[in-house]
Design a binder for this molecule. Structure first.
Ligand SMILES: Cc1cc2nc3c(=O)[nH]c(=O)nc-3n(C[C@H](O)[C@H](O)[C@H](O)COP(=O)(O)OP(=O)(O)OC[C@H]3O[C@@H](n4cnc5c(N)ncnc54)[C@H](O)[C@@H]3O)c2cc1C
Length: 446
């Protein structure tokens, strides 16, 4: 069985790895010159390779840990105790233990108690379906109270969703609270975050080597132009069209985001296109600030001040030893963008000017001379948006086109999309694809 996989991000490579382990002949086509997609590396002007976007692995990421062990790279995992803070009303607050939490000034005693209860309530919910029809706003006001909602949750949600979050279900905050809590270990509840030396690309390359050892092939700088679909009454994928010809195969799996998938299947049924058009995404504008010294010491600094244009301050060298990244200190300043966000249209220079101005406001001691590089990265499709009661809008792995499959982050719900959930989904989808193709082949012979 020959399968073409479109996309060499974590999803495509995990899927290819598990399929090749089962003896399936895979060809992975990746448009860019490197593997990794969103989790891929960036080469700084001084030649040092770092993550283009910030990536942490949590101590609770069980599937990733098992995969790293299976591939012999678990010894490259490094974890550190990390710290989280808040930037609120012009001041920085550490929020790492119960004492700091109890001292957090914007909230009174009752608010703090209710905020703690909100975190506990999230851990107790076993069936996320009960939150599917409840808006995140309603759920948080009910549990945390109006004051905490206005001071903490509302500005954080507005920053994350670039303004409008009225249609966001409570499942979103539930999966986030459960995941964040899972990093806190033992009685001390210390937060642990980690990484692979070299970034996710270390794991991706280890899988790529196994894929090739299993007889699979990986084609870099090879954008797929279109999925070849034949037959009007019973459409069927027969291969992929590349710039230099058609690659024929028994099945095609696309792992890109849904809008990109739609562009690759112009001849798929119109109703399917209309259905897929309902999947929307947040984008991102994410400058990487490469410094010669630490900035905050926090892994994540949450921002509740609506004047600040970025969503948070993420200092990955709080858990990555700078020695692994050329002695640099890496600070990412993401702004998630709604589909119609005016920020998407700003030039890199305009972004830089706006971001630097606000950094100086937030950190009066910040010395612009400490900046080695300021590099702006953008992506249009980053985080799938799921609305209230919208599970039925999630596209399935199987499509109406025979032998064509979609394995994408929009299918990961209500879990957050990250290396853990993506590699887990890639593994599960490999079984679905193989099983379905075997069934279809058996039917064709019968
Ligand atoms: C700012 C940010 C922070 C994040 N933080 C974390 C974190 O802390 N921890 C964590 O685990 N995860 C994190 N993630 C999430 C993680 O990066 C993603 O969930 C994961 O990388 C998605 O992988 P993917 O393979 O599904 O998609 P992608 O990485 O988008 O891969 C899709 C691939 O398909 C290729 N492609 C598209 N069209 C074609 C075509 N026509 N032909 C050939 N190839 C094509 C693309 O080039 C790309 O390589 C973060 C993501 C972002 C953006």
């Amino acid at each position: 069985m020959k399968i073409a996989i479109v996309g060499g991000g974590i999803m495509g490579i995990t899927l290819a790895y598990y399929l090749s382990k089962e003896g399936v002949a895979v060809d992975v086509f990746e448009a860019s010159s490197t593997l990794g997609g969103l989790a891929g590396p960036l080469t700084l002007p001084d030649g040092v390779k770092v993550d283009r976007f910030y990536h942490a692995i949590l101590s609770s990421d069980a599937h990733l840990h098992a995969l790293c062990t299976e591939l012999g790279v678990a010894d490259q995992l490094r974890f550190r105790e990390t710290r989280t803070g808040f930037y609120h009303n012009g001041a920085l607050y550490s929020m790492n233990n119960i004492i700091e939490f109890l001292r957090f000034p914007p909230l009174g005693w009752i608010d703090r108690f209710r905020l703690g209860l909100t975190v506990l309530a999230a851990q107790r919910i076993q069936d996320w379906r009960e939150l599917e029809g409840v808006s995140v706003e309603e759920w948080l006001i009910r549990l945390s109270g109006k004051n905490t909602y206005q001071n903490i949750w509302r500005p954080m949600l507005a920053a994350k969703f670039d303004g409008d979050f009225r249609n966001v279900p409570a499942t979103w905050i539930w999966s986030r609270l459960v995941r964040v809590k899972s990093t806190r270990q033992g009685a001390s509840q210390k937060e642990m975050a980690g990484h692979l030396i070299g970034g996710y690309i270390t794991l991706i390359q280890a899988m790529a080597r196994r894929i090739e050892a299993n007889g699979g092939r990986i084609h870099l700088s090879t954008p797929v132009q279109e999925v070849c679909i034949e037959g009007d009454a019973a459409p069927r994928a027969t291969g992929v069209r590349l710039t230099d010809g058609v690659h024929r195969c028994d099945g095609v799996v696309v792992t890109s985001q849904v809008p990109i998938f739609r562009r690759l299947i112009p001849s798929a049924p119109q109703e399917y296109h209309d259905f897929l058009a309902q999947t929307e995404y947040l984008g991102i504008v994410c400058p990487l600030l490469v410094l010669d010294r630490p900035l905050t010491g926090y892994w994540t600094l949450n921002i509740t001040d609506p004047r600040i244009p970025f969503t948070g301050v993420i200092e990955t060298t709080s858990y990555i030893d700078p020695a692994y990244v050329g002695g640099h200190h890496l600070v990412y300043l993401p702004k998630y963008t709604a589909p119609n966000s005016p920020l998407i249209r700003l030039s890199d220079e305009e972004i830089k000017a706006m971001w630097m101005e606000h950094l100086r406001v937030m950190f009066p001691q910040f010395d612009p001379a400490s900046v080695r590089y300021f590099l702006v990265h953008r992506e249009r499709y980053v985080e799938p948006l799921h609305g209230l009661n919208s599970v039925h809008l999630i596209p399935q792995v199987e499509t109406p086109v025979e032998r064509l499959f979609l394995v994408t982050t929009a299918q990961i719900y209500p879990a957050l999309t990250n290396g853990e959930s993506v590699s887990r989904h890639g593994h599960a989808a490999a079984e679905v694809v193989q099983h379905r193709l075997l069934q279809q082949s058996a039917q064709a012979f019968a």
